[in-house]
Design a protein around this ligand. Structure first.
Ligand SMILES: [Zn+2]
Length: 242
């Protein structure tokens, strides 16, 4: 289950402890989505500081709530060279990771993004994660949208997972943070998420690849109908022969 702190991160630590207790009781694994109002490439100092603080707060509260990974929409390119943006994001993340003792059990996951204006290709997310000993949030739907309908076959997913293992190590796929859903896209990439059945997502094939390669960790479904699609994915995955 993904806790959506996309507007703001709550302050109430006591409430976070309650969430942890209930989740443990029900054996629910949790991840967190950090606020959308983040740009680690902002030239505006106040905005950059606020972005870093929002991410740090999400990580700290995730620690208290018992969530294992926090996904972050790291930055916008703002028309700049990707290499330059990479450096800015790196330097901001370095400041956040200096506070690692405040979130020792939580992973900071740079999310792969769906729009061309957003920092977060698979390569960027993997390289940046490697720098800090983290793992990314691979949103396969976003990458499908970003590539205008590619990355929707077993061959392509296998190549992506090969790349993932090449950069983060052979065992890294045992503990992944994945997002998957249907998605609508246009010339600049992602438009909006869709129900699996209303999209071109080859979702059964996708599950087969995960099963075959023994991918572990969490898969969060950010469909417009989270419950229905999550149950559909979970049931199909469990019943599937490996
Ligand atoms: Zn996201």
């Amino acid at each position: 289950m993904e806790i959506e702190w996309v507007q703001r991160v709550p302050d109430h630590a006591e409430r976070m402890r309650e969430i942890r207790e209930v989740a443990e009781e029900l054996k629910i694994t949790m991840t967190v989505h950090a606020p959308y109002y983040v740009n680690l490439n902002s030239p505006d100092k106040a905005k950059l500081t606020a972005s870093k603080q929002r991410i740090l707060k999400a990580l700290q509260m995730a620690e208290v709530a018992g969530a294992r990974s926090v996904c972050v929409h790291a930055a916008f390119y703002l028309g700049q060279e990707p290499d330059n943006v990479y450096k800015n994001v790196y330097s901001a993340l370095k400041d956040i990771m200096k506070e690692k003792k405040k979130f020792p059990n939580v992973n900071l996951a740079i999310e792969t993004m769906g729009k061309h204006s957003q920092f977060g290709t698979l390569d960027e997310a993997l390289r940046m994660s490697k720098e800090f000993g983290n793992y990314p949030c691979v949103d396969f739907a976003h990458l499908h949208a970003r590539s205008h309908g590619k990355l929707n076959t077993a061959e392509e997913w296998n190549a992506m997972l090969d790349q993932y293992q090449e950069i983060l190590g052979k065992d890294s796929i045992k503990e992944m943070h994945i997002h998957y859903s249907g998605i609508n896209y246009g010339p600049s990439g992602e438009r909006n998420h869709l129900r699996l059945e209303h999209s071109d997502a080859n979702w059964k094939e996708f599950l087969k690849v995960l099963k075959k390669r023994k991918v572990g960790g969490v898969l969060v479904c950010e469909s417009p109908n989270v419950e229905l699609d999550t149950i559909l994915l979970a049931k199909t995955f469990v019943q599937m022969e490996s």
